[in-house]
Design a protein around this ligand. Sequence first.
Ligand code: GLU
Ligand code: ZN
Length: 319
Amino acid sequence: MTIGRLAPSPTGGLHLGHARTFLVAWLAARSANGRIILRIEDLDAGRVRPGALEGAMADLRWLGLDWDEGPDIGGPSGPYIQSERMNPYQVTLERLKSLELVYPCTCTRADIERASAAPHPEDEGPTYPGTCADRSVGDARELGDRTFAWRFRVPPDELCWFDSFLGEEQVSSPRRLGGDFVVARSGAGPSYQLAVVHDDATMGVNQVIRGDDLIPSTPRQILLYKALGWRQPVFGHIPLAVGPDGRRLAKRDGSLKLATLRESGVNPARLVGWVARSCGWSDRIEEIPPQEWVERYELAKIPRSPWVITPDSLDELRG
Ligand code: GLU
Ligand code: ZN
């Protein structure tokens, strides 16, 4: 049975880009008669906004998306809010420690920037130069009250994985792209990478559809699956929405937020039809809700280039 998931971060209102990614993830699971889990990813406490959790659920419901397990309805793999799952993540971290697959790193961001001369992609940060890799797990005891991060030891080999959207084998070199990565911080708990792998694995998720901004995370997550002996899901990464300038939609742009569109009277079925057209499932805007796209959903038809949203295209939304 297919089990997919919607995993919003409650860091601000969902926008049109999220609507497309979540619609595609929802249709991918529903078209395979699968189950859908709603999981709230709120570990980045500094970015969580009050009310954003309720707002994200309201936005998804307004679009016509539903789920079979989630914070509001419960289910066998709960809790479904990451900040309520700290103990289980700790158990997984202990496993990585007992395998000596992690080590304590005391480098600051500035240390790492200084030590790595190579340019790095926006958002990704520099490749960790391995400064602390000679430490073992036990060395953490000697650090006293210094704060540190647990870094996962990335093997040197290339990693191959299959992307269900691109329909092709991907080859990446996680040692070169980012290097040893953080799975937890002393005092602050697990990182996104550890939590998402723990959750997808223990919730039985076997289908992941998400934005292609997360492609650099996928090899790291696969390394964690392998290290922990867990079965990895099938990953598919779809292009993000961008503005006319080619830049990613910013959360601060209120006019693109689903809550704003909802309040200004946009018909959600029209929005869904508008997104469906952008995915290549129709050549016009058909005002029909998600359920009725299940039969017509085709992952491979989605264009490979970013989805450009212009002020004109927004006018179309209003019909
Ligand atoms: N919570 C993440 C986000 O909103 C998605 C993580 C994932 O799909 O793995 O960007
Ligand atoms: Zn270090």
